[in-house]
Design a protein around this ligand. Structure first.
Ligand code: ZN
Length: 87
């Protein structure tokens, strides 16, 4: 059962999860804010996450995994305005 959550809260969740798994060598990567819009290759409009930096320590894959889990565990609520983005 997916829990409703705001995009701000899901970003906070991802920042916390990334902090747990982030490679110690990496000092630069941050979790991107989710954007509301049509996802690439899909007609449905939903939150999507821009691919992170192509980090040599694999953060991009880590962030993609956390995002996949977040979108499975949570039902991210739509923005109040159709054109609104977070951040
Ligand atoms: Zn990194």
């Amino acid at each position: 059962m997916s829990k409703p959550i705001s995009a701000e809260d899901v970003h906070d969740f991802m920042v916390a999860e990334f902090a747990k798994v982030r490679p110690a060598q990496c000092k630069t990567c941050v979790v991107p804010k989710p954007f509301w819009g049509p996802s690439p290759g899909s007609v449905s409009v939903y939150w999507y996450m821009e691919p992170g930096t192509n980090c040599p320590y694999g953060c991009r894959q880590l962030i993609a995994q956390i995002w996949a889990r977040a979108t499975t565990d949570f039902n991210i609520t739509a923005p109040a305005s159709r054109t609104a983005t977070v951040g």
